[in-house]
Every structure is written in structure tokens, then in C-alpha cells.
Design a protein around this ligand. Structure first.
Ligand SMILES: Cc1cc2nc3c(=O)[nH]c(=O)nc-3n(C[C@H](O)[C@H](O)[C@H](O)COP(=O)(O)OP(=O)(O)OC[C@H]3O[C@@H](n4cnc5c(N)ncnc54)[C@H](O)[C@@H]3O)c2cc1C
Length: 370
């Protein structure tokens, strides 16, 4: 049965990951009528390390840290080869990042959106978006029916392989990396992650997750034998892993993420860091820009969103592309570079432009005189 829901929403949000949940919450807090549709159960399936800067707690509600925190990280040990190769540590004096329960994060953010008044519905897969001059129609298959919802605008927050992006004829991200990860049961409270520059143009990693075990992962572009490189990583560490999962990582930015009555957010808009693939913080930050700038009664405000997120993030993404080029340098050059630069740093993990910050320059100078 196909039911047309004649109720007009201000926004239909497609996808309730961090970007969709954050936008739904912020837009509902502004008094807008928000319907948020998630194809499965919020937070599943997992395809993410949940390694984030401590800024994540600025986006959460009461009790989040107690519920979601797994481990704190001060730095990263870079390796040109596998686990037995030399380690080049980069670290801060204070906590640089946290490892968190990513499934729990999504549920927490969705609950905040509900509390703010958004109508969050799981088991609703959006299959079609029709954009008209004065409204959008969003077709979703629910547990019992196919529904057509009408809204003033649609927000595509539906991840790297966004259906909304296709339906609105918006450009694809420049690149989609393939990421895999799995877990071992060793309890590990170390405060360093390990990064191995062994995967072509990207890297493999080991993340200690406190009581929640250790995560091993790897990402690389299509065409690379990701599983073969991942097996080599696991063999090198001599561990048994389970709960394997995989996902796509979009690398952008694309030329355009808005149409007349539609816009993309988060991975759908490739709002990720080109040198790590991380997108949780950029997606939520962009969601805040969208909620602040977009007025569903004035489609021209979409241009203000497009400007705002690019002003905030695009320079970081450009510099991130430059950093990623170092992953493809010849190994001897990588060793010399890592040897020369390793030590204390003052860089913010989401802001490569902080390489020029006072904190970082001070750290470099103090190292030179040590
Ligand atoms: C292996 C791997 C490791 C990663 N590690 C990190 C990390 O440590 N730190 C970090 O910051 N980032 C990491 N990322 C990236 C991070 O997962 C994404 O940037 C982030 O999830 C983007 O959030 P989002 O809300 O835009 O999209 P998503 O989290 O992908 O959410 C999109 C939602 O839309 C739903 N959806 C999709 N299609 C439809 C549809 N047709 N109808 C309805 N719902 C739909 C999906 O079910 C999903 O819930 C990693 C990614 C991978 C693949």
C-alpha cells in the first residue's frame, strides 16, 4: 500500500548517523517540524573506529562521557612497515583524542534529536526523492507501507553511498576508500594508537580500546587488495580477530552539495578528513552550520550553508590532501621525514591548519633546544 502523508514537514532528514541526528536536533530546537528516517536501527551496522578529538563532548548531552568513553589517547606511533618496524611517536602533553563506543554515540545523538522534538523513525528506507519548485516528496518503505512524505526541504545525511545525492543529481565524492576493521579481546589501556603506512596511499591502524579490546583496521582505494593487506597486519601482530566489518570512506570535497530544496551533510557531502578518513566531527560541525543558516521557507539560504561549511572546513581538507601525499613517498624518505618531525606536537587532530599554530611552533622550538 502506498500512503501519502499530506502533513508538510519543514525538513525530512534521510539517515540518522551523527550528521543527521545532529541536524535533526538543532533544527527541532529552532522550532522546525523535523522527520528523520533511518533505514535500519540507529547505530548499526558498525563501520567506524570511533576515534575522535575530545571536541566530540561539545556535541553530546548529559552523561555521555560516562556512557560512551573507552580510552584516552595522547599520540600516535607511526611505522613505515609492520608491527616490528621502527616506531616514530608524535604526541601531546595533554589528551589528544578519545576512543568511544560509536554505536552508543549514534543512539545517544538520536535520543537528543527525539528529546528536541524531531520525529525519528527507524526501519524506513528512502527509495526516491522528487524535488518540485515549492516542495519535495520523499518516498520511504517502512515496516508495513510505502510512505510518501512531503516537506519544504530534504537533508541527505545518508552516508557515503547516499541515495539522496543520486536522486538530486549531485556530484559524487572524488574518491571512495574501502575500510575494514576487526577486534581482538586483549584488554589494552595504552594511550597511543599505531599507524602503519603499509596500505597503498593510506594506512593501517591499531587502536587500544581499554576494556573493550583492541581494534585493527585498514583503508585503501578501490583496486587495492584490502583484505590481503589486512591479513598481513593481523599476522604481523599475531592476534585472532573477530567481528569484522567494512565501510566506505568518501574523500572530497565535491563541487556542490545543495540543490533548490535539497542539501547533503556528513559523508554524503564528503565532509571528511582526507588524511585520516574521519568524518564524525566535520559532519556534526557542518550540521550546525546547516541548522544555523537554512530557513526552509527561503531556499536561497542554502547558498549560505554551502558557503559556511566550506569557509570552516575546506582549507583543512586541502591541507589534509597534502598531508596524505606523504603516505605515498618512497620509504627511505618517509623514514627521514618521520625521524626529523617525530616528538611532541601541538596539532589539533581535526585542524591541519594548526600545524602553523603557536602551540605547535612552541613544541617544535622546545624540541630543537632539548
Ligand atoms: C573503517 C572506518 C573507520 C572509521 N573511523 C572513524 C573514526 O575513527 N573517526 C571518525 O571521525 N570517523 C571515522 N570514520 C568515518 C565515519 O564513520 C563517518 O565519517 C561518519 O559515520 C559519517 O556520519 P554520517 O552521519 O554522515 O553518515 P553515517 O554514519 O554513514 O550515517 C548515515 C545513516 O544513513 C542511513 N541510511 C543510508 N541510506 C539510507 C536510506 N536510503 N534511507 C534511510 N536511511 C539511510 C544509514 O543506515 C546510516 O545510519 C570511519 C569510517 C570507516 C569506514
Amino acid at each position: 500500500m502506498n500512503v501519502t502523508d499530506m502533513y508538510e514537514y519543514d525538513f525530512v532528514v534521510v539517515g540518522v548517523g551523527p550528521a543527521g541526528a545532529r541536524f535533526s536536533r538543532r533544527a527541532a530546537e529552532k522550532g522546525y517540524d523535523v522527520l528523520a528516517l533511518e533505514q535500519g536501527t540507529v547505530g548499526t551496522p558498525l563501520a567506524c573506529s570511533g576515534h575522535v578529538s575530545t571536541d566530540v563532548w561539545e556535541f553530546t548531552g548529559p552523561g555521555a562521557r560516562e556512557e560512551l568513553f573507552q580510552n584516552e589517547i595522547y599520540g600516535a606511533r607511526f611505522h613505515v612497515g609492520g608491527p616490528r618496524s621502527d616506531a616514530y611517536p608524535f604526541y601531546k602533553d595533554e589528551v589528544a583524542s578519545n576512543v568511544i563506543d560509536r554505536v552508543g554515540l549514534d543512539r545517544h545523538l538520536a535520543d537528543l534529536a527525539r528529546e528536541a522534538g524531531a520525529d525519528v523513525r527507524e526501519e524506513h528506507t528512502v527509495t526516491e526523492v522528487r524535488e518540485h519548485r515549492d516542495r519535495v516528496e520523499v518516498v520511504a518503505s517502512g515496516p508495513d507501507d510505502v510512505h510518501t512524505f512531503e516537506a519544504k526541504m530534504v537533508a541527505g545525511c545518508d552516508g557515503p553511498r547516499s541515495r539522496v545525492r543520486d536522486e538530486l543529481d549531485l556530484p559524487e565524492p572524488g574518491e571512495l576508500l574501502h575500510g575494514v576493521l576487526a577486534f581482538s579481546e586483549e584488554e589494552d589501556h595504552q594511550d597511543f594508537v599505531d599507524v602503519h603506512l603499509t596500505a597503498p596511499t593510506f594506512f593501517a591502524w591499531r587502536i587500544p580500546r581499554g576494556d573493550a579490546g583492541v581494534e585493527y583496521g585498514l583503508a585503501a582505494p578501490p583496486g587495492v587488495q584490502v583484505n590481503k593487506h589486512f591479513e598481513e597486519l593481523i599476522d604481523g601482530y599475531e592476534v585472532d580477530v573477530s567481528h569484522r566489518c567494512s565501510g566506505a570512506i568518501p574523500i572530497g570535497p565535491p563541487e556542490r552539495v545543495t540543490t533548490r530544496r535539497g542539501f547533503l551533510l556528513g559523508d554524503a557531502a564528503a565532509q571528511t578528513k582526507p588524511f585520516t578518513g574521519g568524518g564524525i566531527l566535520y559532519g556534526m560541525t557542518s550540521a550546525d552550520h546547516a541548522a544555523r543558516e537554512i530557513d526552509p521557507d527561503r531556499p536561497t539560504t542554502l547558498a549560505a550553508y554551502e558557503r559556511a561549511w566550506r569557509d570552516d572546513i575546506e582549507r583543512e581538507q586541502s591541507l589534509g590532501h597534502w598531508l596524505r601525499r606523504a603516505y605515498s613517498l618512497p620509504e627511505p624518505v618517509q623514514r627521514i621525514g618521520l625521524g626529523a618531525l617525530s616528538g611532541k606536537i601541538g596539532v589539533h587532530m581535526d585542524r591541519p591548519t594548526s600545524l602553523l599554530s603557536r602551540d605547535h611552533l612552541q613544541a617544535m622550538v622546545s624540541r630543537a633546544f632539548r
